[in-house]
Design a binder for this molecule. Structure first.
Ligand code: DGY
Length: 418
């Protein structure tokens, strides 16, 4: 089987009748940012199925615009925390937090792969939902209009146990009323997953939000974990640019003006996360007000939003990281004392982040380096399979196997991909 056919087969195998699971058993539901990448992957060979991925995710959207992190379309007992822990009575059940908003970017790409009346009609139905989700980000997570949105749970950043969150997480109590019955560590070596104490804090935060009745203002006020994640903010800025292009065709002039105004606030606010002393974009702890002094792969993502002012410095950093760890892009600076090459978001390479960084480098004029990051990603997948993540020193595939979003990236990195 060719590499392309193998990648398509992973997407077909993880299809649960219109939506995809990230991988069998370890993640048996539909995840928000996973599905955005899956949609882009399907768009390279089956645009109709790509639309379906987005439409199924939006079945879980809340009335206030929130697109949840997880939609529990069908019961499964191989994942913790399931719907009973979130305690949210909706149909379909969902979690009550979100994830990095790649969706508008994905939808625009799916549209480009499906010109003609069917693509237009499906986009016309999806556009208002995307508009509402971006309004939710502004209203729920940046009510003061600073231009930077807050994330309230490490799961919302998608980079759950990044060392960038250690100090902010230390503020979160470890007691829980919920019995923690992890299932992930029976699927994957615990050395590759977050620690037990991390889960105690993750679940404590879920309980804080449950006690706040899932009300956005109460959650924002009550959360002991509140960060302006550079990754989420860069992805959102990029998604706003894509939404603006869609609004010109599917929305009203007033909506386009509203999105443009948010972009005008977000772009300079994101620039303020540049830390000249450390030569990197850094997340900010919104409780202490301090920059979080850990360089991570998220710090390259402003390139994905077209922020080119520091492209040359970021390119130098990527070259240095490649000397310390053979495969780019480690999720944490390989020179940092908290770098752990095998443990989830504390060091391993993630194909989806690489794809966004390569796209950003290309957009910001660093074309040769973009190709080098893409080549590293192809080499990792060729050697380590469609793994969840990869050891940046050896290229070994780790975490879950046959991962949807890694297969999607393999398809996106094919020359001439839609
Ligand atoms: C998990 O459970 O590991 C996920 O990252 C949460 O989204």
């Amino acid at each position: 089987m060719s590499g392309i056919e193998a990648a398509r087969q992973v997407l077909r195998d993880n299809d649960r009748g219109g939506y995809s699971v990230p991988t069998d058993r370890l993640y048996p539901f539909q995840w928000n940012w996973d599905s955005a990448f899956v949609a882009m992957g399907f768009a390279t060979f089956d645009p109709g199925r790509a639309w379906s991925e987005i439409e199924w995710l939006l079945r879980g959207q809340w009335e206030d615009g929130l697109v949840p992190q997880i939609v529990f379309h069908a019961p499964a007992d191989t994942y913790f925390p399931g719907p009973e822990v979130w305690g949210i009575r909706r149909e379909p059940p969902t979690s009550g937090i979100t994830q990095p908003p790649v969706l508008a970017t994905a939808a625009r790409r799916v549209l480009a792969a499906s010109p003609g009346p069917e693509g237009e009609a499906r986009m016309a139905a999806v556009y208002p939902r995307l508009r509402d989700s971006h309004r939710w980000w502004a209203a729920a997570r940046d009510p003061g209009g600073t231009g930077l949105v807050a994330t309230l749970h490490p799961w919302e950043t998608g980079m759950d146990n990044s060392p960038a969150w250690d100090a902010a997480l230390d503020r979160v109590p470890t007691d829980t009323r919920t019995e923690i019955r992890r299932r992930d560590t029976s699927h994957v070596d615990p050395a590759f997953r977050p620690r037990a104490i991390d889960y105690q804090r993750f679940i404590h935060l879920v309980e804080v939000f449950r006690d706040a009745g899932w009300d956005p203002a109460r959650m924002l006020a009550a959360s002991p974990f509140r960060v302006a994640d550079v990754g989420t903010n860069a992805i959102l800025l990029r998604a706003e640019q894509d939404l603006l292009a869609l609004a010109d065709r599917f929305g009203s002039p007033a909506e386009a003006a509203e999105i443009a105004a948010r972009i005008d606030r977000a772009a300079p606010a994101l620039e303020k996360l540049w830390d000249a002393a450390r030569g990197h974009y850094l997340s900010r702890d919104l409780v202490s007000g301090e920059a979080i002094p850990v360089r991570t792969s998220a710090g390259f993502l402003p390139l994905f939003a077209g922020q080119a002012g520091h492209a040359a410095a970021l390119a130098d950093t990527l070259r240095r990281w490649a000397e310390a760890a053979r495969f780019r892009v480690p999720s944490t600076d390989p020179g940092h004392p908290l770098f752990e090459p095998l443990r989830y978001w504390r060091g391993p390479v993630w194909a989806v982040v690489n794809w966004m960084i390569a796209e950003g480098l290309r957009r910001c004029g660093e074309v040769a380096l973009a190709e080098a990051v893409a080549a590293d990603t192809r080499a990792l997948i060729a050697a380590g399979g469609f793994s969840e993540y990869f050891d940046p020193r050896t290229g070994q595939g780790i975490g879950g196997a046959t991962f949807s979003w890694t297969a999607a990236v393999a398809l996106l990195l094919e020359p001439g991909a839609a």
